[in-house]
Write a protein that binds this ligand. Structure first.
Ligand code: 5GP
Ligand code: MN
Length: 347
């Protein structure tokens, strides 16, 4: 995982594709995180600065979380569905002559409203992503590096590979660093390689402001968020020390009583891993018609395969997610996951 062999030929193809296109659309996944927003905004900024004559647009399926809403360019992203459907986003996606798919590996991940439009589009699709098991044949050209810290880091390598280093403006660097910091939990995981730090060093030289990012991402919780975190740890956490696991379930009403939205509970699931002897953590919450499951682990204890095997979900080795169709079966889902962990040799 330490050193990637980049195919210089593929970077030339990517550059060719970009240079031949006039309307480029950059797209990422539902419930966008700092890496989704950071890689889309970072690439957009670089392409607009390298090719000012081109029309480069960004689309996200739904709203940008508060913590990354202040990223450069974040306000220019077309949000497809935020209570109502944004027709302009659909038009931009359908009119694009090149679609770059960032930080997701399958068209399903843009959600059931955008996926049919993405699938219908005849524009060539480029994959730039670090998730396992990409749907390769959906994409004309694919940059899939599951060992990479973040999609944002991969965007950096793509820009370098295309000879566009000079397009890494301070705003671009800021967005890319946001993706790296988000997806590595501020360099806690998926950042074992010195390569990540070389990229970060260069992004800082290009003008990224690390202190501001750390402040925006980690120090801007609402009072409700911090109190909800306390409530979860004090009242809701289920510990199963025999198998090194912990989990919690949150009801919609509990989130509402703290004035916290689903996307603002993002980091909570990592918290139980701070307990000595806890190596697996998962979090289940109800959404409209289904359950959303987030799984985390430490060390060599994959959870993406648990998500895939039990629920058809996926993700990374230590951070995965899935959906479960019956919103009333949270406890059953919890027991299924615990059983799967119990059956694994290594705790
Ligand atoms: P989170 O728990 O933060 O929502 O997701 C953690 C990781 O799992 C992310 O990298 C995300 O891409 C992946 N993931 C989350 N939900 C799903 C899902 O429903 N299906 C798949 N295939 N991956 C998911
Ligand atoms: Mn990512």
């Amino acid at each position: 995982e330490d050193s990637f062999s980049f195919d210089t030929e593929k970077f030339s193809l990517l550059k060719q594709r970009i240079e031949r296109s006039t309307k480029i659309c950059l797209l990422s996944h539902t419930a966008p995180d700092g890496d989704a927003v950071g890689s889309v905004c970072g690439l957009c900024d670089a392409l607009r600065s390298a090719y000012p004559e081109k029309d480069v647009q960004m689309i996200l399926p739904n709203a940008i979380p508060r913590i990354v809403a202040d990223l450069p360019l974040a306000k220019e992203v077309l949000i497809h569905h935020n209570g109502t459907t944004n027709q302009e986003a659909e038009r931009v996606l359908l009119d694009a002559d090149l679609i770059c798919c960032l930080d997701f590996q399958s068209p399903k991940r843009v959600g059931n409203l955008l996926a049919p439009i993405l699938t219908k589009s005849k524009a060539p699709k480029i994959l730039i992503d670090h998730h396992l098991y990409p749907e390769e044949n959906f994409f004309e050209l694919s940059f899939s590096f599951p060992g990479m810290s973040s999609t944002a880091e991969l965007v950096y390598h793509c820009l370098q590979g295309m000879g566009l280093a000079s397009a890494i403006t301070p705003n671009c660097a800021q967005s890319l660093l946001c993706g790296i910091i988000t997806d590595t939990g501020c360099f806690s995981y998926q950042s074992e390689s010195p390569r990540v730090f070389c990229v970060v060093a260069d992004l800082l030289s290009c003008g990224a402001n690390k202190t501001l990012l750390i402040d925006q991402i980690f120090h801007r919780n609402t009072t409700g968020q911090v109190k909800l975190r306390g409530y979860v740890l004090d009242r809701k956490l289920q510990l199963i020390p025999e198998i090194g696991a912990a989990y919690f379930v949150l009801e919609r009403e509990e989130l509402e009583s703290f004035g916290v939205s689903d996307s603002d509970t993002e980091g909570f699931v990592n918290e139980p891993l701070a307990i000595e002897g806890i190596y697996y953590s998962f979090y289940i919450r109800r959404r409209e018609t289904y359950l959303k499951i987030s799984l985390r682990s430490s060390g060599d204890r994959p959870v993406n395969d648990i998500a895939t095997k039990l629920f058809g979900g996926g993700g990374h080795k230590n951070a995965a997610g899935a959906e479960y169709p019956n919103p009333d079966e949270a406890e059953k889902v919890a027991q299924m996951i615990l059983e799967e962990i119990r059956n694994r040799k290594k705790i």
